[in-house]
Design a protein around this ligand. Sequence first.
Ligand code: ZN
Length: 216
Amino acid sequence: MPRLRPGRDGEPLPAGVEVFRLALGLMVESKDFQQTGRVPRTVFDLSSGDKASSTPRLSVYASDLTRIAEAWAFLDLSAKYGYSVHISTDQVRTVGAEMAGHCRGHQLVVEWEAKKIQDPQTGMEVLDERPAAKGHAGIAGLSEADYSSAARKNIKRKLAAFAEVRPLPAVSPVFVSRRGRRYHRRGCKAGRASILMCRESARARGITPCRSCNPD
Ligand SMILES: [Zn+2]
């Protein structure tokens, strides 16, 4: 299979591609999940930020382009996120085909989406240039304009039935200075450490541990 390359914003992802998103621990660890292993449909709920977008999409990442730990670093490796939820473009397409007759807006499909972040200085949305952002995509068709509330519930239930949930790997965060040669413990004076990254990603990029704070 040819190597996956990111497409233009709004372009559907090819068939047979796995995407994932991160889910809150408390969302997944329902009683029902613990007893039956059934993934709750709420893991496919749009956030208020997703809903406010001009094309509301549920954020996901292509597994071939963005690693789980990298996506987690975008969320500051917050301990609230306990799981990754995996689904393939084919499975989303299957649900979309089953629900096609109910569609009144955008069809259910996984599309590439340029990842944006808020510029801390201006508050404006700017393109996220971090390499791990290139796998960013979104599941379109989950907003109020696309399907009725009952149909959306049904869609999310069907997606959840396909989805596979895995606990997040244990990664430890390190801080990388702007020039990106060394990684540090939080607050190390030797580097103006500012970019949060998981140790594994830092090492994979050839970034070495600081000799002053000994982060390893
Ligand atoms: Zn250091």
